[in-house]
Design a protein around this ligand. Structure first.
Ligand code: PEP
Ligand code: MG
Length: 794
């Protein structure tokens, strides 16, 4: 049977890593790997539009939204009850015929491809916001293994869709600020590998952060045993260059997950009953297998250019290695506490339990033991959560805890991953923490060494440097520096990059830039929000703008942290604002939008102030909730001093007060700013020259006029514009402020960039394609300048 055309299906070989909106992170990765000849079991994705059409064509979206609006997220019972309602609704609703037909046809094609009648498949959900570098949704949506037959397939596809609405996934989206309705779900249907052994691999050492090492976890049977933490796996640390095994730790693997003997699904069984008692302590991988897996890890990391977290399996019958999934290693945050800490060394420490240090850091608190999910209410802010193994339902409790200690699990299990996400110390695989540790007991969890001590072993010593520093997790700064240094020389003038589309940051983030000098939020307004801010305000749905705008900015700020992202508030003109949904209702029509109601004049007028406040809240959210204080703000189209005072007051009332880590910049685009440059400089942290508008307004040349452009009137290198720039740089420096430029000119004209360096500009923000070139150009101009000054030539 030929594959044929499908509306709701994409085969792995039709997909690349860019297809996340279509098939989610998991699906896009499987596609990318298939196209790089990585041995991925064959299969297809039911695209996210199928889920969307399922909820819209059946009209259940309205019911979902209604239930959602009534959830009290602080009440776990209420959250569970309401999300269960949504899940049931989805299970009971029929799949639209056209979607069902495509799924069954694709299943038949797959069957023919692999030469099996009604093959067993794995049915996995792949959320469109899942697996992003900043949000590890560990164990979030469901995966169903060994599914056989059409009815079972359809049933499990619906179950996957419904899994988007578990209490934990819903809660996770809530705290992460994702908009519930815009997170869609694709379903991956893939030939089932009947694994004799399987596991997880990190292509960096996630504990020490060493990117020259690979870590492999392995256990008998299916990998679910490791991911769920029901077994403490064997662990190998491998030298990435030589593939030599540097460390190995063979565990007691008492249980394994295998295919259910009758019907579909899986079951957990005792290793001794299936493989004999010897297998429990026997290494499950040979040295050759370890090397083969590690070498595959290197290949996959090369495909993505970023450390990966990979699920692998070895087929029982053929001994072949298969890759089931790969995703970027979550960018972990450093420890919350900045308090200097030091161990109390006066008394002999009493070790209570030992385990694997899975999320580094040290914490002191009272033990709270959790046997089942009903008890999570016991956990108070500052407690130490001790349990056999965490599961995603415990996430709200984990968020409150200062540390997590488990009996089971390896460094890649749920507790480990989520703890790292939240930046709390975690020790896993202690075997006996729930026995030894008593409720209410004060303990010190040292998750840099994997030890729990009795009592409070820390002294808070004010003003002293920490003796036990918390290693920062994620790709090391050293590694990033190495890449940067390979690419470009050091420059005294900062080279920033202009970027508006958050989705592109992954592509460009390794370029040698010092920050984002202009993030045009208009891209977010168009692509991620699509609705006019004031229209949202009118409907009481301002939160949509806040969460999506925050999400977009955070994606960039997170990716390049700690380098700054200068976020420019919306600078649509009225004609552009009218293009957004609801714009025709709330946006006036102007004759000259280019010099009309734009920039700060909008923010301070009653007709838009509420919309501006939403923008402020989004940035506040990025800075405070995401903790990304590298997000700065920039005001466009500033015309006079009094409006600047007014807008700063509004920002301050929304928690964006200038000072500390929050830098407030203005754009110099209107000649009035040049004329009063010193006065403006006094009021802000930085001035960024918008040479596009500044040229337009200095020369009185419509930047969009084809006629004038063709005639050469629009010229940023006109002496009048150059004079204006010189005035701005000098004024900023006179008051100790920075002066940057973010218009097109330095990306276009090397001579212009040279002029800026000679005049002492602090930074220039250029397009991604010219970052590396500009960096080299600027370096050469700076060296020339030094020589000229040294030898007295001017
Ligand atoms: C400018 O005016 O130079 C600028 C960078 O802003 P925009 O092009 O978005 O108006
Ligand atoms: Mg401009």
């Amino acid at each position: 049977m030929a594959k044929g055309t499908f509306s709701y299906i994409k085969w792995f070989d039709e997909l690349t890593k860019e297809d996340i909106p279509l098939v989610g992170g998991k699906g896009a990765n499987l596609g990318e790997m298939t196209n790089h000849s990585i041995p991925v079991p064959p299969g297809f994705c039911i695209v996210s539009k199928a889920y969307k059409d399922f909820v819209t064509l059946s009209n259940i979206n309205k019911v979902i939204q209604d239930i959602l609006s009534k959830i009290n997220f602080d009440d776990a019972g209420d959250l569970e009850e309401k999300t269960a309602k949504i899940r049931n609704l989805m299970i009971e609703t029929d799949i639209p015929l056209q979607v069902e037909r495509d799924i069954l046809r694709a299943y038949a094609v797959l069957a023919e491809q692999i030469n099996l009648n009604e093959p067993e498949v794995a049915v996995r959900s792949s959320a469109t916001a899942e697996d992003l570098p900043d949000a590890s949704f560990a164990g979030q949506q469901d995966t169903y293994l060994h599914i056989k037959g059409k009815d079972e397939l359809l049933k499990h596809v619906k179950k996957c869709w419904a899994s988007l609405w578990t209490s934990r996934a819903t809660y996770y989206r809530h705290i992460k600020g994702f908009d519930h309705m815009s997170v869609l779900l694709s379903v991956v249907v893939q030939k089932m590998v009947n694994a004799s052994k399987s596991g997880v691999m990190f292509t960096i050492n996630p504990i020490s952060n060493n990117s020259d090492e690979i870590m492999i976890n392995a256990s008998w049977g299916l990998g679910e045993a490791i991911v769920s933490g029901s077994v403490t796996p064997d662990e190998y640390i491998i030298d990435k260059k030589t593939l030599d095994i540097k460390e190995e730790r063979i565990s007691q693997k008492t249980v394994m997950v295998i295919r259910e003997a009758s019907g579909g699904g899986t079951t957990t069984v005792n290793v001794k009953d299936i493989l004999g008692p010897g297998a429990i302590s026997q290494p499950c991988l040979s040295e050759d297998e370890v090397k083969k897996i590690a070498s595959m890890g290197k290949r996959i990391e090369n495909v993505y250019g970023f450390p990966q977290d990979i699920e692998w399996a070895i087929d029982r019958d053929t001994g072949e290695l298969y890759i089931l999934q790969s995703r970027p290693v979550t960018t972990f945050k450093p420890q919350k506490s900045e308090e200097p800490i030091q161990f109390d060394t006066k008394t002999e420490p009493e070790v209570l339990v030992k385990g694997l240090a899975a999320s580094p850091g040290i914490a002191v608190g009272k033990v709270k033991k959790i046997q089942s999910i009903d008890e999570i209410g016991k956990i108070q802010e500052g407690d130490i959560l001790v349990t056999a193994m965490t599961n995603p339902d415990m996430v709200p409790a984990m968020k409150k805890a200062v540390a997590v200690v488990t009996d089971e699990g390896g460094r890649t299990c749920h507790a480990a991953i989520v703890s790292r996400e939240f930046g709390i110390p975690c020790i896993v695989g202690t075997q006996n923490a729930t026995e030894v540790l008593e409720d209410g007991m004060t303990v010190t969890v040292d998750a840099t060494r994997g030890v729990v001590y009795k009592g409070d072993r820390l002294l808070q010593l004010q003003g002293e440097k920490p003796k036990t520093s918390t290693p920062t997790v994620g790709i090391s700064e050293q590694k990033v520096k190495e890449i940067v240094e390979q690419w470009a020389p050091i420059t005294g003038t900062k080279i920033y990059m202009n970027l508006g589309e958050p989705g592109l940051i992954d592509k460009y983030k390794e370029l040698p830039f010092d920050g984002i000098g202009l993030m045009r939020t208009e891209f977010i307004f168009t692509d991620m929000v699509g609705i006019h801010p004031m229209y949202l305000v009118k409907q009481n749905k301002g939160d949509i703008l806040i969460s999506r705008m925050a999400e977009g900015i955070a994606a960039v700020a997170q990716a390049i942290y700690p380098r700054p992202v200068v976020v420019r508030f919306s600078d649509f003109r009225t004609n552009e604002f009218r293009g957004l949904e609801g714009g025709d209702e709330v946006e006036p029509i102007e004759n000259n939008p280019m010099i009309g109601w734009r920039g700060v004049s909008r923010y301070i007028s009653p007709e838009y102030e509420e919309g501006f406040r939403l923008e402020c809240r989004a940035i506040r959210k990025v800075r405070e909730e995401y903790g990304l204080t590298n997000a700065w703000v920039m005001l466009p189209f500033v015309r006079n001093l009094w409006e600047l005072d007014k807008v700063k007051a509004i920002m301050a009332s929304e928690g964006l007060e200038q000072g500390g880590s929050l830098k407030v910049w203005i754009m110099a685009e209107v000649p009035s700013v040049v004329m009063l440059a010193e006065e403006f400089a006094k009021k802000v942290d930085g001035i960024s020259i918008g040479s596009n508008d500044l040229t337009q307004l200095t020369l009185g040349v419509d930047r969009d006029s084809g006629i004038l452009n063709r005639m050469g009137y629009f010229d940023e290198q006109d002496p009048a514009v150059l004079k204006a720039i010189e005035i701005l740089i000098d004024a900023a420096h006179k008051y100790g402020k920075t002066c940057s430029i973010c218009g097109q000119a330095p990306s276009l004209y090397p001579g212009f960039a040279e002029f800026l360096v000679r005049k002492g500009i602090d930074s220039m923000s250029v397009n991604p394609d010219t970052v590396a070139y500009t960096k080299r150009l600027v370096a050469s101009v700076e060296q020339r300048l030094l020589l000229e000054r040294a030898f007295g030539k001017q």
